[in-house]
Design a protein around this ligand. Structure first.
Ligand code: DAH
Length: 610
């Protein structure tokens, strides 16, 4: 059979043409003409056939139906007069009818795109652009009437954007290569026509389309209905009364007002992102952060808005907003679907408890120590960990170059020294809090402080860390004696290590106390005996070896220290003590920690045991 060249593919606005009659097919009373070329649209793709007239030299043929048959277009209708193959004829289509169909068909494509903008990944499968009574685009993706307002606004945006509508012929291979989605099977052995709105993905299409979306008449989505597991977006297309006259100018404008390269690039990027999103098989829970997270792809794209020319900013903004809504909808849908597609869920199963951490053992110790001393009227204070030499040494009766300073492996901070306060050091002990506390209370006893802080020394081995913690007690009042110190030590020993634990003081030397002592606590494993009896067999306590543990220093506050704090040593006396938290704590737990550094390793296997 002959083939007919489809002129409407080149120019959908051609209203008349000439052609040569190739065949006159007679079937009873019906006549069909096959021409070498035609402007008559053969019904298909949801678009109805054109009507019109074909005039021969001695005939008039009124076309009432046009169909496509294996390459030939059959013009069917009623013939008056005589017509012969080979004859030249003049064709004219009913333009009003055709233009209405073009409007309806383009509306279908705009709706198709609008829905895809709102519901990412929506797949259209069919459409009716005028053959039936109802205009619709049909989707295999579930759509809900709630979406109508969003779809409507997406449609209006596309119309307002006045995007060019272009078409081209491509081979099936090119179609695949360009990843153009086929909503249905298409013949593979011939060229296919694709239509593209702006930079949106092209669609296979055989209809007649408007030149731009700005030419489209108002489209109204009236309903979304489900039919046989598909969802139809039902709509109307109506000419604006005032637009009839404007139409012509709009058509002309369409070719001159083209989106800029930047806007096109943005649209392309949007499409690219959507395509990526659809390919993305990341778990739905990751989609949110990947696409809509602070540093997500959407925000990156939104950044490019600044490159858009001012006159297109509004439009570009609308596209970006549309994209955001569609991503949000798609992610929400993906998440619900994800939940829905999961295997049967037993809602009665007790929930998974999040792992609950606990305070670091050293922090636990600090809390406990603070609490014990608060019970007897001490106030917890905090003093600087980076302090002047004055508070760390000098005010504690250790003038510069005094040999007693050698005991402390001090870290000096590399900043200029202060004339009055000397160098800056990382505190070697919490004793720096003593004179500071006296100053805080304006040298007015009574004072009972407990100062807990980090300390730093140039030491690092299995039993020492460069950073560790101390707690420092200071009591100053009238009539304070060693008995008060001893009573306080015993109180703490019982509270912290358990009833029956005793304290012991041994003479020692510190510059800031006189007399000075080292403080021991009785071992709570062997009750201070140094021996344990197990199964009738008595052996040496392996934990203490002697019945006692040394924890730190104490003493009666040296008069020079009181003076440094503005307190008259003739009127007031005081005691002080300072111990390492780590040591005090590990003793309590009965721990022989081989390597004290474990406490700061952050190793949960270790820390979780406390
Ligand atoms: N500051 C001393 C040190 O770090 C410990 C100390 C000893 C503190 C005796 C005191 C004290 O308050 O009276 O080794």
């Amino acid at each position: 059979m002959s083939t007919t060249k489809l002129l409407y593919f080149q120019d959908a606005y051609q209203k008349s043409a000439t052609a040569k009659v190739l065949e006159v097919v007679r079937d009873g009373t019906q006549t069909a003409l096959i021409l070498d070329q035609t402007i008559f649209y053969a019904q298909g793709g949801g678009q109805p056939a054109d009507w019109g007239s074909i005039m021969g030299e001695k005939s008039a043929f009124s076309v009432t139906h046009v169909s496509y048959n294996g390459g030939a277009v059959l013009h069917k209708g009623t013939l008056s007069g005589e017509i012969e193959a080979g004859e030249e004829v003049t064709l004219e289509i009913n333009w009003r009818r055709r233009y209405q169909h073009m409007q309806q068909h383009t509306a279908g494509h705009i709706i198709d795109q609008a829905v895809k903008n709102v519901v990412l990944g929506a797949q259209s499968v069919d459409g009716n652009h005028g053959i039936g009574k109802q205009l619709f685009v049909e989707f295999s993706t579930p759509l809900h009437t709630d979406l109508i307002p969003q779809i409507q606004s997406a449609i209006d945006h596309i119309r307002a954007a006045n995007l060019p509508i272009t078409s081209e012929m491509v081979s099936y291979e090119q179609l695949i290569e360009r990843q153009i989605k086929l909503p249905f099977d298409l013949p593979q052995n011939k060229e296919l026509r694709i239509v593209q709105i702006g930079e949106y993905p092209p669609m296979p299409d055989g209809g007649t389309q408007l030149l731009s979306t700005g030419e489209a008449w108002p489209i109204m989505v009236t309903d979304i209905v489900e039919k046989d597991g598909k969802w139809r977006v039902i709509h109307t297309v109506a000419e604006e009364v005032s637009s009839v006259a404007k139409n012509q100018t709009k058509i002309e404008e369409a070719s001159s007002v083209q989106p800029s390269d930047q806007l096109n690039a943005l649209l392309q990027n949007i499409e690219h992102m959507k395509a990526e999103f659809l390919k993305d098989n990341a778990q739905p829970e990751k989609l949110q952060s990947k696409y809509l997270g602070k540093k997500g792809v959407f925000n990156q794209l939104a950044q490019t808005l600044k490159d858009i020319q001012p006159q297109e900013k509004k439009l570009a903004g609308q596209y970006i907003n549309e994209l955001k809504t569609s991503l949000e909808t798609a992610i929400a849908a993906a998440q619900t679907q994800h939940v829905a597609t999961q295997a049967w869920v037993d809602l009665t199963v007790p929930g998974k408890k999040p792992a609950v951490g606990h305070m670091h053992p050293v922090s636990q110790a600090m809390e406990e120590i603070t609490h014990i001393f608060e019970q007897i009227g001490f106030t917890r204070v905090r003093y600087p960990e980076v302090d002047w030499d004055h508070y760390v040494f000098e005010a504690l009766n250790m003038p510069p170059n005094h040999p007693a300073r050698d005991e402390w492996e001090t870290f000096f901070v590399d900043v200029p020294a202060n004339q009055a306060f000397g160098k800056v050091v990382l505190t070697t002990h919490t004793s720096n809090g003593q004179v500071r506390e006296m100053e805080r209370l304006h040298s007015q006893p009574p004072m009972r402080m407990i100062n807990i802080s980090r300390c730093y020394r140039r030491q690092q081995d299995a039993t020492h860390t460069q950073m560790f913690h101390q707690f420092e007690g200071l009591v100053v009042d009238k009539g304070i004696t060693i008995q008060h110190l001893k009573g306080t030590l015993n109180y703490f020993a019982e509270q912290f290590y358990g009833p029956g634990t005793k304290s012991r003081i041994r003479p020692f030397h510190f510059q800031f106390t006189e007399p000075s002592f080292e403080v021991d606590f009785s071992c709570h494993i062997c009750q201070g005996t140094g021996q344990v009896t197990h199964d009738g067999e008595t052996t040496k306590c392996r934990f203490c070896k002697s019945g006692w543990h040394e924890v730190g220093g104490a003493g009666m506050v040296h008069p020079n220290v009181l003076k440094a704090g503005g307190i008259d040593p003739e009127k007031y006396t005081g005691f002080a003590f300072g111990w390492g938290i780590e040591r005090t704590y590990t003793l309590k737990e009965g721990l022989n920690i081989d390597d004290i550094r474990l406490l700061y390793s952050g190793d949960l296997r270790f820390l979780e045991q406390f």
